[in-house]
Write a protein that binds this ligand. Structure first.
Ligand code: COA
Length: 372
């Protein structure tokens, strides 16, 4: 069997930032405006007034301080509260493809490869810009890759599931240079008018290059093992699929955007994830003590602190389990890869780590790597 390795990684970060204070000011303006419009219904108890959001709550409940977005003005307009990303003509690159190409070019540069050497592109993300042609095939064309390409969606776990698929093909010898890219426009499936979740997401794209370790041009991470698991749950759900326009009463349904039962997710996903990582380490013959780094999905700081403690049997040391969600918020599948990409160059040969993502499905994926 051929030994696969991650030979490069890259992150595309959008130019616009929204701080918690800016976000809360826009939300509160929207709440005041809506409450004024509904004053009579609120007065007789037919409608509940929308309460104000607060930056302090956001930081203490999630650890998020800001987020990057593809369009700021639409999100912060109290009359809109939705990104303004106009449809593009078919003959110009789609938004996801453009984000993906930026992240891929950084990952390929790190791997010392050119686009023409790529023979597999997996575009793995929690929402796809269109059904077909696959966004991955457009990306394949834009980077001048050969071989084949396809899209996949396992929500927040898309990146690790994509890595498993690509690593398996490298192991089997069917591909020689694979890209797994995760362009996430979470801002377009977040309901910015919902106080309980309006602060959660941001936009980004990440990419990794996966090749036979023997072909690596420089420092790389040997993939010792990949493991994926799923268990059906409705606690994180988005019903905005291709049937949306098949019924004339579906336009304003709240369930067409991101929905979650955050407390239940917390309670049910934590044991699933810590058990998954612990089981994977054990089966691979690795002890938790042998890990130098844990790159977790970036949804909530308290959640990550808890998982780190369960897996390591102690509180993680600073830097051992890097968080990026204070800067990026939850970027769905890309979160653990941003953490990996930005906090792995300093590792010495022989040091080990685990990349782990989790989320809707429920789904959890882990990748055990060793610096070489
Ligand atoms: N500003 C101020 N107060 C707010 C608020 C906001 N934006 N949103 C909620 N609150 C209030 C609530 O009204 C509630 O008040 P009450 O106690 O008076 O009823 C209180 O804060 C607690 O709300 P709750 O929703 O229970 O907060 P929480 O501590 O569970 O944190 C999440 C919310 C979403 C941050 C948290 O549940 C979470 O991160 N869950 C897991 C998320 C996850 O991994 N999802 C996967 C997505 S891919």
């Amino acid at each position: 069997m051929i030994q696969p390795a991650i030979t490069g990684s890259g992150v595309f970060t959008p130019q616009s930032v929204i701080t918690n204070d800016e976000l809360v000011a826009a939300f509160n303006a929207y709440a005041d405006k809506t409450n004024a419009e509904n004053a009579d219904a609120i007065a007789v108890g037919d409608t509940e007034a929308i309460a104000h959001s607060s930056s302090d709550f956001i930081v203490s409940a999630s650890g998020i301080e800001q987020r990057y977005v593809m369009n700021k003005s639409g999100v912060l307009d109290p009359d809109r509260m939705y990104p303004d990303l106009p449809p593009r003509a078919d003959d110009v690159p789609s938004i996801m493809a453009e984000m993906a190409v930026d992240a891929i070019s950084k990952a390929l540069a790190k791997a010392g490869r050119g686009g023409a050497e790529v023979d597999l592109v997996i575009c793995a993300a929690s929402n796809l810009e269109r059904a077909y042609p696959a966004v991955a095939v457009e990306i394949q064309s834009l980077i001048g890759a050969g071989g084949f390409a396809f899209d996949m969606n396992v929500a927040c776990s898309s990146a690790t599931f994509g890595i498993q698929a690509a690593a398996d093909m490298v192991r089997a010898g069917s591909v020689k240079c694979a890209i797994v890219v995760n362009p996430e426009i979470c801002s377009a499936h977040l309901e910015w008018r919902d106080r309980d979740c309006h602060f959660i997401f941001g936009d980004v794209a990440t990419a990794v290059v996966i090749e036979p370790a023997i072909n690596a041009n420089g420092a790389h991470f040997i993939i010792h093992g990949t493991r994926c698991a799923t268990e059906f749950s409705n606690n994180i759900r988005n019903n905005n699929g291709f049937l949306r326009r098949a019924h004339d009463q579906m336009e304003d349904r709240r369930d067409m955007q991101f929905m979650q039962n955050g407390r239940k997710v917390f309670k049910e996903v934590l044991p699933m994830v810590s058990g998954h990582i612990t089981g994977h380490l054990k089966d691979e013959g690795w002890s938790a003590d042998s890990l130098t780094r844990v790159w977790l999905h970036q949804a909530n700081k308290t959640m990550n602190d808890f998982i780190g403690k369960k897996v390591l049997g102690r509180s993680p040391e600073p830097g051992e389990q890097p968080n990026i969600l204070q800067d990026y918020a939850n970027t769905s599948s890309a979160g653990s890869i941003i953490a990996f990409s930005k906090h792995s160059d300093d590792m010495a040969s022989g040091e080990r780590g685990v990349i782990c993502s989790f989320g809707a499905g429920y789904s959890v994926g882990s990748v055990l790597v060793e610096r070489a």
